[in-house]
Design a protein around this ligand. Structure first.
Ligand SMILES: Cc1cc2nc3c(=O)[nH]c(=O)nc-3n(C[C@H](O)[C@H](O)[C@H](O)COP(=O)(O)OP(=O)(O)OC[C@H]3O[C@@H](n4cnc5c(N)ncnc54)[C@H](O)[C@@H]3O)c2cc1C
Ligand code: SF4
Length: 570
């Protein structure tokens, strides 16, 4: 009998376990298997195989039952997820529907999720800017949140490492607010985007318009062909899945790579319930998993565990990992776990028209437009709010057709397209300040279909964000006016937190175990063989889209974990 038990345990024992197969989990799995570790990748959702599981990738609008629009019924049943611009008939299969996985909004929070192999890497918008030292020193400078235990130079080589493999476009812009990387050729700015760049350089020194850096293969290199990926052909319907592997997703890149090593076991339909802590050994020994279909509870064991379930679910798993030693969640002596959650302020928008360059127009599509790195409060505190914002800038022209007239006149009008004036637009990407009161907790009674406590989310905008929205609209109105744009319209969507889809924190990094959960290697201060390298680890949020930074953290932590494992320190 005991032999039987030993055999079962052997079969369920790995060198490493990774929880979650999205952007960060894919990277953790790749880096661990690259270094020879037998790794189990646990994913709560179904498998999504590259190419074969992209059922809508090549459909034309008229091939959809509802012309690729969301039917009213779907909208009515999904008030939260329907707010996400990328949720439409062609992508519904990749998004979690509102009723499927409930959570409790102590304050309104639009939680946008993708539960499948690849996570949200399938549907993301692929904007990938590095952080700079200004971002990592932000909390130390103004005293809000704790000091990051690392600086830009600690992460720089890992940004390079992931950029080369993922394939990131960009120019070497030489800005200290947005460090350059290992770039594939950038997408060219349109003539009005270039015009705005020149206007900014003339009237607003220090405000730069660059080509947005993006995870697309504009010119694939040998390493990308080796992954089985090809050139991006600018279809810009990427969120349906790209049969060419033209953009970076875990499905096209890190997961097949790790599988090819022969070291990876991918287990879909595996809902991680909690992490097992062994008090005698003083470390985690494995995870409890509930099979999503059979609801059977099982255990898997490993020497190291990477938690990559996406920020809020990572909080949930750690809060649910209770033991005699850690009654409030794994590694949570400080009581910090679940607190200081932050996100990005995406509320303000501005649009306008431009009557110049009427001899030119845009042709075709491109997956990137202009990007304006943060220029507020960088070198000194100059406003009545903390931190700052970045923004996009896009300028394009579209065809307009008149539907006036009857009979032949109507037909002719419909057949004769005219070009609109240039339409320009920008949206705020603001940093929010992590606050103790922005917190996630577990419900004491209510459980989901797998017996896991429901997550309470109490996260909100604050006065700092209101001031930032006003400043963005004022500054951009001034910038647009100076550039000669007309018909300027501003709006504040007042959208709830969450719709930015950049939720972060709750398991933050820091020097001190009394005020943070993770050390500089993304290791739990109090349980050293557990690593958190998704958005939960973020001490502050900066303004840049965060996923490139999660990738760099995952790769850096994985190489450290393997080194420590070899030294028998874990
Ligand atoms: C429409 C859209 C546009 C976006 N645009 C950008 C952008 O331009 N740039 C950018 O940087 N970011 C963008 N994002 C955000 C980006 O997708 C996320 O930051 C990124 O995917 C986070 O990576 P992750 O590994 O933490 O989580 P995910 O990619 O969400 O993966 C987490 C995985 O964990 C699994 N999981 C969760 N709980 C469990 C459990 N208990 N057991 C087992 N598995 C579990 C999930 O099913 C999921 O597969 C966008 C997101 C969306 C939806
Ligand atoms: S734009 Fe590029 S990455 Fe996106 S679907 Fe098209 S080819 Fe694929």
């Amino acid at each position: 009998m005991s032999n039987l038990n030993i055999n079962v345990k052997k079969k369920t024992t790995y060198d490493a376990i990774v929880i979650g197969s999205g952007i960060s989990g894919g990277w953790s799995a790749k880096e661990l298997t690259d270094r020879g570790l037998k790794t189990l990748l646990l994913e709560r959702g179904r498998d999504v195989k590259h190419i074969v599981d992209y059922p809508t990738a090549t459909l034309q609008p008229w091939e959809f039952e509802h012309r690729n629009q969301l039917p009213l019924e779907v909208k009515k049943n999904n008030p939260i997820i329907s707010k996400c611009y990328a949720f439409y008939e062609g992508t519904t299969h990749f998004f979690v529907k509102d009723a499927e996985h409930p959570y409790i909004q102590d304050k309104p929070f639009d939680w946008i999720r993708g539960y499948q192999v690849g996570g949200k890497s399938l549907m993301w918008a692929r904007m990938t800017q590095r952080w700079s030292d200004h971002d990592f020193t932000g909390p130390a400078r103004d005293g809000y949140a704790v000091d990051w235990p690392i600086r830009y130079e600690d992460l720089a080589p890992w940004y390079s490492h992931v950029e080369k493999f993922a394939g990131i476009t960009g120019n070497r812009d030489g800005l200290d607010t947005l460090p350059d990387g290992e770039f594939l050729p950038a997408y060219e700015l349109s003539c009005v985007e270039k015009y705005f760049k020149e206007q900014m350089a003339k009237h607003f020194p220090g405000r730069h318009v660059i080509s947005g850096r993006t995870a697309h293969l504009s010119e694939p290199q040998a390493i990308h062909y080796k992954q089985g990926r090809g050139k991006c052909v600018n279809r810009t319907i990427c969120e349906r899945g790209c049969p060419y592997g033209g953009y970076f997703s875990s499905n096209a890149s890190t997961i097949p790579w790790a599988l090819k090593s022969g070291k990876l076991t991918l287990r879909p339909h595996s809902v991680v319930h909690s992490i097992i802590y062994d008090e005698q050994k003083g470390k985690a020994t494995g995870v409890r998993v509930i099979d999503a279909n059979t609801k059977e509870m099982m255990e898997f064991y490993a020497k190291i565990i990477f938690v990559n379930a996406a920020a809020l679910n990572t909080n949930l798993i750690l809060l649910n990992s209770t033991s005699n030693r850690f009654p409030n969640g794994l590694g949570n002596d400080s009581g910090v776990l679940g607190k200081y959650v932050a996100f990005h302020n995406y509320r303000a928008r501005i649009s306008a028209e431009y009557d110049g360059y009427l001899e030119s127009r845009t042709e075709g599509r491109k997956p990137s437009s202009g990007y304006i790195p943060r220029f507020r409060n960088v070198y000194k505190q100059e406003t009545d709010f903390l931190r700052g914002y970045a923004s996009g800038f896009s300028a394009s022209r579209g065809e307009v057709r008149s539907n006036e007239g009857l009979g032949t006149e109507l037909k002719n009008n419909l057949h004769t397209a005219k070009w609109s004036s240039w339409r320009v637009g920008s949206g705020i990407m603001g940093e929010t300040i992590p606050k103790e009161s922005n917190q996630v907790t577990l419900d004491k009674d209510k459980k989901d279909d797998w017996g896991i406590p429901l997550l309470h989310i109490k996260v909100d905008y604050d006065d700092n964000d209101e001031k930032m929205v006003r400043d963005f609209l004022e500054q951009f109105s001034e910038m647009y006016t100076k550039a000669g744009f007309t018909n300027i319209r501003t709006s504040d969507s007042k959208q709830a937190a969450g719709l930015d889809i950049h939720e972060m924190g709750g398991v933050r990094m820091g020097h001190d175990p009394k005020t943070s959960m993770l050390n500089k290697w993304n290791q739990l201060h109090l349980c050293r063989n557990v690593f958190v390298t998704d958005g939960a680890c973020m001490t502050s949020t900066s303004t840049q889209n965060p996923s490139l930074t999660y990738m760099a953290f995952s790769a850096r932590a994985a190489q450290y974990a393997v080194k420590e494992l070899k030294k028998r320190n874990l």
